[in-house]
Design a protein around this ligand. Sequence first.
Ligand SMILES: Cc1cc2nc3c(=O)[nH]c(=O)nc-3n(C[C@H](O)[C@H](O)[C@H](O)COP(=O)(O)O)c2cc1C
Length: 328
Amino acid sequence: MSLPEVLKDRLSLPLIAAPMFLASGPELVIECCKAGVVGTFPALNPRTTEQLDEWLNEIDKQLAQFEQETGQKPAPYGVNLIVHKSNPRLLDDLAIIEKHQVKLIITSLSCNAEVIDRIHAYGGIVFHDVVNVRFAKKAASMNVDGLIAVCGGAGGHAGHWNPLSLIGELREFFDKTILLAGCVSRGSDIAAAQMMGADLAYAGTRFLATKECRVVDDYKDMIVRSSAADIVYTPAISGVPASFMRESVIDAGYDPDDLTPAAEIDFGAEMVGEDKTDKKKAWKDIWSAGQGAGGIHDVPTTAELVSRLKAEYQQAHEAQAKKSQRYL
Ligand SMILES: Cc1cc2nc3c(=O)[nH]c(=O)nc-3n(C[C@H](O)[C@H](O)[C@H](O)COP(=O)(O)O)c2cc1C
């Protein structure tokens, strides 16, 4: 088990609330960190680089105020950078991140040694999203501090590997931090992730259905009434395989059982707002969620959710201790 210094003794649960396009904003990040869970957001959620600077100012201010008022250290927060040739903001956003010395950077899509070196140079750490061992080995060779194993059933651009096999194989060559992503909805899932060999769990869909999340209420309600069977995993909507709720695919005018493959992924069009067509768009109109939706039945505040996850995590460990006594 390995945890970077910046996360040691700062977390109330071994959990990161994953960055989600259009969904994670300062409100969610601040509430997560106050509750002792790492809050994160994609750098592309603020619609300009100037706005990214404003968001970071606000988060820094609120967390400093929390620490001053309570004497408690909040969990650190993280920012997600989409490292891809079609993200025109990458270098400008990175300059703002350097200015704020953001402790944790989550890189996704591809890995870039120059970006990693610049983050390490100011003392930040980099966790990189991977869906298989080939990508993980490449990221490890570039000296990332952690690998996020995005497994089958995850929300967003999910992988398709079983978590036992992916975490197991990653552990054979990577002794730094490993995170398990995909279907972490309950405290017992966090305990299970650690039993499988992960250091931390990484949850997206569960945090979509919280009061502070920025998606509309209809989106949150759809998660509450969805189960794993309602999740469509397809490359047709976003260019790479991703998970979307069946009901929202139908609402957007598509047949979830007969989807035409999309062209190559283009974040310029998809995420930076250059697409001026009136076609229904992934993320904004076609709503993503993972198979973990099946374990989500309400829309609590983030503080309520974290406190429930903690109780469930503890119960899972107590139950496990009793179960394993029979065999040990
Ligand atoms: C609506 C939505 C948007 C997402 N956007 C991003 C993103 O912008 N960047 C990223 O690295 N991952 C993104 N993800 C993936 C999450 O960070 C995380 O890997 C995933 O949600 C974990 O699986 P879970 O949803 O089953 O918990 C997104 C996921 C969802 C559900």
